[in-house]
Write a protein that binds this ligand. Structure first.
Ligand code: NAD
Length: 524
């Protein structure tokens, strides 16, 4: 089968130009990029080797000083210009994302807007987050303390295929705003979205060498990258995250890790079931379930369980699958054979252990080679693979619970802790319940979009779902080193010649006592 639009929408000359944006110091083997919609070859990028990573880091490092010296307002303006370019090249970017990731256009559009939101947020708030700030000096009136934030240097980014545009770029933007250079390694399956976005960064004014892209195998490029950068942002599976964290530990490189999840939704008896069904169908099957914050477990109060399952299964059955570059279909393809086999294994194991497949549970080769029908399981035993491991596909289980406490207990019974949602008619109760869930983010009466778009609030996982946060002040401060400059008025705080240490110690104790009293009285 061939996609009539693939060669039109991503012509050979464009693919070659994009591949030429990869940092390579020698001829390299080509790494094929295939379209999940049809499994046809879209093009190739170089399979980079360790010397390419060394060259990329060296070039980025050399470009960094001039970038750091520019006023932060100029860097912010470049981010704004980049957001404008992303919007004005919308159709072309959506095509590239869809062609290499196989997702529905609406899902590609969400990630494109996420890039714009992040660029605007850090252009607006980033300068304030990293501005130098006065701190309380150790000795009021005598010590003036100021905290400065310096860029760490070169930031490495290793990214997955499921949101190939926003994950490659949005975590880089705060690093650039803070004055860093960046070396990006996109996923093997999806390099073109990242390469096109980096071209737009350059067009917006980011200097040529400041952002480098290396493409190829993670296992080959991970160690050379991690050992030579000053900070590593990793987004991917928990298993790879452990390997990456061990390498970072060995090289004493700081990291942030956005990893997998087994996200739970809780539907209470007083929930608006229409909203919950609509929200959770979207929240479970967006991006064909290949979304770190999508839901794979739903716990429903037994009072409304039967009605919820009926409506949820009905709505799932109505989802429209399609391999189209238009906005028609609701659900796109899985990214490739490996992902399809994982999904099939999880559903087969669920069936063997007695679960009921209420809808779905089969390949949809009539639509495309890696399509899988949105699948709802009930009666899934706790020890089934689909109950405890991340499926990362269009499969969700629904289980009844006696009450809200039981729902919290079931939802928290996992090693992961990325995202959750609560559905209730009483939002205050929902917010109280949210705070009892072991997850880095919780949406109340929404699947995830409102939370994801809240770029002023931190986002990330607890437990096996990650270390560190993106978005907010945390999402940029991690790319900086704090430096305290403390200036002392009068005499330096050192032993005074001729005064015995015993007297100095007593004087110091009196001073600290006075300070404690003063500080308890509050600011004057
Ligand atoms: P993956 O871990 O297989 O790969 C992620 C990246 O790591 C790829 O670029 C890969 O080439 C690279 N890599 C592989 N081995 C490496 C090594 N030894 N050293 C360094 N890099 C290496 O993950 P994936 O299959 O691409 O993505 C799916 C996973 O990502 C899911 O678990 C999903 O939940 C997770 N994810 C998390 C978030 C989040 O924000 N928490 C977002 C998206 C995806």
């Amino acid at each position: 089968m061939s996609t009539p639009t693939a060669s039109e929408r991503l012509p050979g000359a464009t693919r070659e130009r994009l591949a030429a944006g990869v940092t390579c110091v020698d001829e390299r083997e080509p790494l094929a990029v295939r379209s999940p919609f049809t499994d046809e070859r879209l093009g190739s990028v170089p399979s980079c080797q360790p010397p390419d990573v060394a060259a990329a880091v060296e070039r980025a490092r050399a470009a960094r000083a001039a970038w750091t010296d520019r006023p932060i307002a100029e860097r912010a303006e470049i981010l704004r210009e980049f957001a404008d370019l992303v919007l004005s090249h919308r159709a072309e970017l959506l095509d590239v994302v869809q062609l290499e990731a196989g997702k529905a256009r609406a899902d590609a559009h969400v990630e494109l807007l996420d890039v714009v939101l992040n660029a605007d947020y850090y252009a607006r708030e980033g300068p304030g987050h990293v501005a130098s700030e006065r701190r309380d000096g150790g000795f009021p009136g005598l010590t003036r303390a100021v905290e400065h934030r310096h860029p760490v240097g070169v930031v490495g980014l290793v990214e997955p295929w499921n949101y190939p545009l926003t994950l490659a770029i949005s975590d880089m933007l705060p690093a650039l705003l803070a004055g860093n250079a960046a070396v990006l390694k996109p996923a093997e399956a999806t390099p073109f979205s990242a390469l096109r976005a980096v071209e737009l960064l350059h067009e917006a004014g980011v200097p040529e060498d400041l952002v480098q892209v290396v493409t190829g195998r993670g296992a080959t490029l991970g160690e050379p990258l991690i050992s030579s950068v000053d900070f590593l942002t990793f987004t991917g599976s928990t298993a790879t995250g452990r390997t990456v964290a061990a390498l970072a530990g060995e090289h004493l490189v700081d990291v942030s890790m956005e990893l997998g999840g087994k996200n739970a939704a809780v539907v209470l008896a007083d929930a608006d079931l229409d909203a919950a069904v609509r929200g959770l169908v979207h929240g479970s099957f967006a991006n064909a379930g290949q979304l770190c914050i999508s839901f794979e477990r739903i716990y429903v109060d037994e009072a409304v369980y039967d009605e919820f399952v009926d409506r949820f299964v009905d709505a799932t059955a109505k989802l429209d699958l399609g391999a189209s570059l238009s906005y028609g279909p609701d659900v796109g393809s899985l990214v490739g054979r490996h992902q399809l086999e994982t999904v099939e294994d999880h559903v087969a194991d669920a069936r063997e252990r007695g679960a009921t497949v209420e809808v779905g549970g089969e390949r949809r080769e009539d639509v495309g080679p890696f399509f899988y029908a949105p699948t709802v399981l009930t009666g899934l035993p706790d020890d089934a693979t689909a109950a405890c491991e991340e499926t990362f596909g269009p499969v969700v289980s629904v289980s009844p619970v006696a009450d809200a406490d039981a729902a919290v207990e079931r939802a928290n019974d996992t090693d992961y802790g990325l995202h959750a949602s609560v559905w209730t008619g009483d939002t205050e109760r929902g917010e109280r319940l949210a705070r009892r869930l072991d997850a880095g983010s919780v949406s109340v009466n929404d699947a995830y979009l409102g939370m994801w778009a809240s770029t002023d609030a931190p986002m990330g996982g607890v437990d096996d779902s990650g270390i560190g946060r993106r978005h907010s002040a945390e999402g940029i401060l991690k790319y900086t080193e704090a430096q305290t400059v403390a200036t002392q008025r009068g005499h330096p705080l050192v032993p005074v010649p001729g005064v015995p240490n015993r007297l100095l110690a007593r004087g110091a104790t009196l001073g600290v006592r006075a300070l404690r009293r003063l500080r308890r009285l509050g600011p004057f």
